[in-house]
Design a protein around this ligand. Sequence first.
Ligand SMILES: [Zn+2]
Length: 415
Amino acid sequence: MSILIRQVLLNNKPVDILINKNKIEKIASHIPTALSDEIVQAEGKAILPAFYNMHTHSPMVLLRGIGEDKDLFSWLQNDIWPREEKLTGEQIYIASRMAILEMIKTGTVLFNDMYFFMDETIRAIDEMGARGLISCVAMDLFDPKKTLQKKKDMAHFIQTPCSNKQVIKTIACHAVYTVSEELLLFSKDLAQKHNTYLHIHLAETEKEVLDCIEKTGLTPTKYLDKLGLLTPKTILAHCVWLNDEDQNIIKERGCLIAHCPISNLKLNSGQMPLNTYLKKGLKVALGTDGASSNNALSMFSEMKVAALSAKGESHDITAAPVSSILKMAHQTPAEFLGLNAGKIIEGALADFIFVDTHNTLTHPLQFLDSHCVYSLDSSCVSDVCVNGRFVLKNKNHPLENEIIDSFFTLTESFF
Ligand SMILES: [Zn+2]
């Protein structure tokens, strides 16, 4: 299957782009129509790489707006965990569809997810065509009965083959303050055995760091490193409170940091020193975290707040320039995952979005990169292509009404 995109703006110049199967095969000022099965007219639209959201809990759209204005620990213990215990697989499916719809409409095609009943999230991906790194999260709250059950659930999840090539099954651990050493080690072994990614919250709050030092004598980073969890396949969410030594360890091990500036600010967890990390050469991508602590899944908002937060935290106006922020949203996660993606060049994966330039937010077009970080929102995204397949066309998603209606029905009975 080949698709010819006609006269889309790339770096403010109209070009034709030929998509063959799941790759960008050719970019030229004119490509003959005979080479394609389908033609997409894209005059008035600009092409940009799609976004990769490297930390979220997609079904938490169901808990959006709950327990506002509380710190992380009281929010989790009083508002989130009691409700999560009652969630069913069907509810997770309905919520996952809603989250994927929101992500597609804001230009995100890949999300790194950590939650429960994740077969239901995979079912939603199968229907909607996104990419996902999907895990069954380890969390036992140091209760041996839960440790045993989690081991069974995680082993079952990771061992069951997934036919969807756009899904990578991963291992996730919630955090050092919610997962026993036994389950952390089990998770590490399982990730190694299946040669997959390991995803964990790390150093999100100062309390997490101080409690870990009191309990183990080590910072959370050093503790995880001692257990062997930090590898080039480890994705660390937050990393707000790292000392110099922690930063060096993470750099040496080749881990990816998923920076979640909105969640960190909203939960008053602190501001990650992005400027310092980028200057040191740490790998940093972006994540929205769950919609319950954001309260959206928009990478446009995440990029803007990441840039502003870095400038404010470092008192350096040159911190987090537009080019660095875009790299964090596109290329850095793609490279970490071994994907030739995150850029609009011949040979790259066909993961991209069109921005409708008939919009107040996209002008002057000469500075579209800057607008992407500081101005654009979902109203600008007209089309989204994942792996060579359009999942949003002219702002229309075929399942949109059905997905919102079923979510609305669910929330009427859930609350
Ligand atoms: Zn999180």
